[in-house]
Every structure is written in C-alpha cells, then in structure tokens.
Design a protein around this ligand. Structure first.
Ligand code: HEC
Length: 116
C-alpha cells in the first residue's frame, strides 16, 4: 500500500471536499426517495453524483489522484449512474440494498486515503 495522503493545493482541496459533501447529499436524497417511494428524487439525487461529477473533476485534481484512488472513485460514479437507471424499475428494498453496496465504496476509500 502506498502513501495515504494525497497532497493538494487549497483550491483543489476545497473543490474536492465540496464534491464529497455533494455525494453525501446524493445519498441523503436517495434514502429519502426510497423511504417515500419517490423515484424521481432517487433518480435526480443519484444522477448528480454520476458521470456528470467525474467529468466535472478539474484536470488539476485529476492529475494528482493516485491510480488506486481512481480505481475506487470511477466505479463509485458508475454505481450512481446505475442507481439512477435502476430507480426507474427496481423495488425499493432492492434500491436500498444497492445503495448499501455503493456506500461500501465510500467506506473503502475513506479507510485508505486522506487529503492534505
Ligand atoms: C475514491 C475515494 C473516495 C470515495 C469513493 C469517496 N470518498 Fe469521500 N473522501 C475521500 C477523501 C480522501 C476525503 C478526505 C478525508 C480527509 O482527508 O480527512 C473524503 C472526505 C469526505 C467527506 C468530508 C468532506 C469535508 O468537507 O471534509 C464526506 C462528507 C465524504 N467524503 C462523503 C463521501 C460519500 C458519501 C461517499 C460515497 C458515496 C464518498 N465520500 C466516497 C475519498 C473518497
């Protein structure tokens, strides 16, 4: 295992952490949507942290992220995309289970990396 600390400038770090808080907001919207059976809310919340977010990552941030980080981060955004697609068809219990699986990615990466 390599170094857990990813060195970032102030601006990149602020951007990076705000995207993280947005992913937490996505999870909040997804869980509320599951609880209230609001498919549109699940879709919209999941979409926000999907491919749009990975595309929006500035090159200055992308450049410094280690390969291992990208291998956890890329699939996380893809799972948000999959969640959005599945929100249109799957039952709520299945969506909750999948959201739990998605959140394993959050846990795995948080156990591995810090920014400074
Ligand atoms: C590929 C790695 C990775 C993934 C996946 C990931 N995170 Fe993070 N996250 C980080 C790192 C690194 C930090 C900074 C931790 C530190 O330095 O203390 C962080 C910080 C955060 C923070 C704190 C933000 C702040 O303002 O300090 C929140 C909230 C967060 N993540 C939510 C999530 C959620 C929710 C998910 C899953 C949907 C997720 N993260 C997935 C790497 C990741």
């Amino acid at each position: 295992m390599g170094e857990p600390f990813i060195p970032m400038g102030e601006a990149d770090r602020a951007y990076f952490l705000s995207e993280m808080r947005q992913m937490l907001a996505s999870i909040q919207g997804v869980m509320t949507g599951i609880g209230t059976k609001d498919r549109a809310l699940i879709y919209k919340s999941a979409k926000y942290s999907g491919n749009r977010m990975s595309r929006a990552t500035p090159d200055s941030v992308r450049r410094i992220l280690p390969q291992e980080f990208k291998e956890l981060g890329g699939p996380t955004h893809l799972m948000f995309e999959e969640l959005a697609v599945r929100s249109e068809t799957d039952d709520m219990a299945t969506l909750a289970e999948f959201t739990g699986q998605l959140m394993q990615q959050c846990l795995a990466c948080h156990a591995r990396f810090r920014v400074k």
